[in-house]
Design a protein. Sequence first.
Lengths: 478, 452
Amino acid sequence: MKRILSVFLVVLPLGAQGPAAPATQALSGVVRLNKLPISEEVLQVKLPRPVERPLSNGLKLLVVESHRVPNITLQIRIPTGDLRNPPELLGLSDATAALIRLGTKTMNAKAIADRLADLGATLSIGSGQDSGTIFVSAMTENFDGALALLTDVLLNPTFPEDEFVKWKTRTKAQLEQMQSQPGFLANEEMLKVLYPDDSRRYARPTVASLDKMTRNDVVEHYRKFYVPSGQWAGIAGDITPAEAVAKLEKALGGWKGGPVARVSMSLPEPIAEKKVFLIPRPNSVQTYLMVVNRAIGRLNPDYIQCQVMNRVLGAGPSSRLFRNIREEKGYTYGIGSGFASTRVMNYFNASTSVRTEVTEPALAELLREFRDIRDRAVPAAELADARSAIVSGFVLGLESSSAVLSRWMEQREYGLPEDYWDTYSQKVSAVTAEDVQRVAKKYVPAENAQIIAVGDAGKIAELLKKFGPVEDVGAGGK
Amino acid sequence: MLRNLLLLVAVAMPAFSQTSSKIDPVKYTDTTLENGLRVVIAEDHYAPVYAIAVSYKVGSKDERPGRTGFAHLFEHMMFKGSENVGPGEHFYTIFTRGGSMNGTTNTDRTLYFEVLPKNQVDLGLFLEADRMRSLRVTKENLDNQRQAVKEERRLSVDNQPYGQTFEKLDELVYDNFAYHHSVIGSMADLDAASVEDVQQFFRTYYAPNNAVLSLAGDLETKETLAKVKKYFGGIPRQEAPKPVDLAEPKKEGGERRLEVDDKLARVARLDIVYRLPDGASADTRALSVGASILGGGESSRLYQKLVKEKELASSIQCFASGREGPSTFRVTAMVPPGKDPKQLESLISEEIAKFLSEPVTEKELAKTRTAIRRSTLFPRESVLSTAISLADETAVYNDPNRINSEPEKRLAVTADEIEAAAKKYLRNDNRVVVVTKPAAAAGRPAAPKPGN
């Protein structure tokens, strides 16, 4: 069951990455003796290309064939999404995604769960922000059965009233439970801060929206948005393109509707004024800190430069934030930063949990790192290491056919150039220290940092004032 | 860098029906070097990557009173430098060369692993060998990692709803100190650990004869084994550490119960834990299959009864947690606001009682077998999973072939075996019940306002 991927394998000298870092270069939190037997070569691999096939229902299908294991994974994008929800019916998209698999004309929820278990299959339907995804995975011999179940769920749902009521009860309990998680509280506040004027500010349903929601609302959402709409679908694993097309035509040939206009939202500029938001969480022994501002969407031309910059600053243990704030200072167990860049989201943030007593120095140090990458050109060797981390690591993504498919889905859905992944390493390797500093200045917040702190208000409220005007947003939001 | 070892499920069994896909067994070589290092290598040429894992036969079970959390604290020290590797140079180099790595400690073993592009085989071997041979320990580095670990404890226990519940459960389940205390350890003990403790621990447990090295991926076995000998062959063997007695004293007094007031929780939680024999025993295996029938997924008995029909739980989990020594069968449920944990408990007890009185059905067994077969695929899509399974199965159970044999044995479990094991172990006088309740409303944040 093993087969070499049809990848183009060449070992090239590091070239654009430049020479290895000199022994003398200082890196916070790390001492290098430079005695390691490192191969100074980078495996250049070509991402296997998918086969693209149109389906008669309007879906565009990508197939990544791989027979490593007898398993097939299918994903289909649907034009649902949280941003479709009317403001008074938050959670409607989640309700529809959950309810659709809890009853069809011939099967009740128990029968569906039993059937899935008999097949050993996964069938999940989830709502993201501007779209949703149907996900089906099963062993090869059970894939037809799983597809048949998907057909039934997608085309014949009954949205039973009793299941709807029970779903609401469970969801309310889960909302209550999530209120105890500092990361959840911070994330909720972050969305309100970043997108105060539109539906992006809502992270979740509320008790009020759940109480207001009716079964008819769910049926309406299903009718409007659970349609093919010319979106992308992808299938990866133990299947040929011809088989994939035949099976999907049979299963979903009768699925009609659409098209639905894409959710369109502007990506606002960074917030100009510094501000601190305090969320009291009594009995906390740590402060959850987040520093955030608006940055770039996925199609921004600075995207790759931003990825390289963030490798230096906050992505993974080799980055400055981890080396300094965890390894050197010992303030935290984990810290990281990253860009959320889609068609509708455009922010950059860093977050960490630190013991309450070091809230002030930890936040100061985090902001110092933010200023440093803006004010000082990244040293050549450190930049070469950051680029190498991305370029050399590309090969690790070849192991899973689903991961390969995800990259191609990203390329297609964002309309990136056909050769995007073929030239990805070159693009990363071409990023200069000037590029890094330019995008850091533009997108890493300093004087306009939006700071969110979740913790023991009695102990941190005063010190937070040193970082900007503080707004106490209370538990659970404004 | 802390995780509980669930029952490891892996790979390969004969086809059970004519239409089932054939899954080949994982092929590997098993070699022991002169210094006692056991080396397991599995070739997999699918992608140009490889993984390396080193599993040391030491965990929190080996700790003594006053030094809880030490095995895990030590794990952190393994990234702070050795003779030829500077502090932090290990992880910095791995990540900047496109790889990934981590370490993790549980009750029974301490595991280190890396995954890298295939042209970096020497790098992975050198890094693991250097720290096995010559870990360098300084007071400064120890103090520094003590902080990181204490922060890890705050993150996973002290600042987490239900964080203390895990510790209380093990304290009630186990009387033998080996498993009675938590892997993360107490703050006071973490403060007490000295440089001498670290050095002594290293000498005793971090010897080649107390470790298993595994490699999986795009490698040639012969060539790789030669490199392993080059890097590890010269590390001297040490006197084997004294095995820890994991046996539990006979329990008196029946069921043990505790109510925990949790200042961070907002909804109640119910935990019921039954004691099982060791993780390699047939009874524990049978009940791990039984657990999935009872509480694995939406089609399971407990989910259908308690979450869907009675609405007494908002979620429920049930699984067997296998260890080298005495293991456990765990049921965990979240109780929705306004529902009674007592009522939930009595209905779970009813379901358990049914489980004892009538055999599971062939249909239930069949679906479990399908899930077991499918779960064997996951490690085959990842050289890292393969390397970790091989290293851990060998370190904890002394048998790399469990990667192939254990799923086969699980597939062969019968209804009678499940019933017999359930009758033996799923008894009220063999269990611990912990109810975690949100502490009194004083000091709790106000309920969120509806809407914005």
